[in-house]
Ligand binder design. Sequence first.
Ligand code: V47
Length: 377
Amino acid sequence: MTVMTLNDLQIRDKALEPIADKVLAGGRLSFEEGMTLFHTPDFPSLARLANHVREKKVGDKAYYVHSLRLSQTNICYVNCTFCGFQRKFGEEGVWDMDLQDVWDYVDQYYHPDLTEIHISSGHHPKRDWQYYLDLVHGLTTRYPGVQVKAWTAAEIHHFTKITRPRKTYREVLSELKEAGLVAMPGGGAEIFAERVRREVARAKVTAEGWLEVHRTAHELGIPTNATMLYGHIETLEERLDHMMRLRDLQDDTGGFYSFIPLAFQPDNNQLARELNKSEFTTGLDDLRNLAVARIILDNFPHIKGYWIMITPELTQVTLSSGVSDIDGTIKDERIAHASGANTEKGMTEGELLRLIKDAGRTPVLRDALYKELKVYA
Ligand code: V47
């Protein structure tokens, strides 16, 4: 890679110059500098700077995975207001898979190339703890080569509540690891700021609890991701605060692979109704958010563009403004689609490859632990 100078960035917003200087020298940005990134009218320079950070980390590689999304139930009692996925017992559209239902479900999608099964679901009030252990163990033994990346920190918190005597995060995670769990997804983080969390996710794990679950997972050698739900009632300051808290934890543990901003899907949920909102986030908001994340989260290996929520077309563009991972084939996404996502529920490998190659990047097929399985020269 050629060395980039301030001149190459062709900055028009003077306020960006000292920040870019610092980033080019490998320095770390403060909260105030992060806010300048969010507010700059000079988006092209912001994108070039984020691209510089991205290329310094991974060159022109763009990662994807052969994955299946599994939500074994949508029964949930936490009532997050942004969620259109949750159902109560007996409601229309409810599902609740027993273990045999899970095997039958995975059999429909299983292919020898499948690498990752990513599970997230609802907080089910009646399933017992053994069910979850059997689920992970069953998936890993029935489908050799498949890695289970399972349950958000919110669900891990829920699992501690269904055990008697109550297990700790460490006990729950250790038992899941022993059953075969290799990694954890980043959901359930929403926005850490108390003002927003109280409004949109009152009964969910607290911000501190979410961070503690991830800290514990990292200590146990379980790598994880982190998400941030944006585009609803949060401020830009609250988005940045969220990123900074993740950066602090990553400094301590180094256990995060990827940060994934989740654009609010505004249909069929209480929050959208309360806000009388039916618009999706704008493309520029999505791009800016990803670019800021790439620059602020200097200790995260990857920023992920989630095509399910921001469209494949925009995800392709993000590959030039900070993103180095575009998730995967997914096959049957249900959470975003319950809230109006207007994308497909899955993509073929060919489609993912086309997006990446057309963006001028080198596709890298990875596993759930970011091991490179195939680099397309
Ligand atoms: O936990 C729910 C969020 C998450 C809405 O770790 C919503 O690789 C937007 O965590 N609008 C599930 N978001 C998805 C998730 C995820 C996705 C991709 C990759 C990874 C990873 C993780 O979706 C939930 C919740 O935070 N969510 N409803 C909504 N209306």
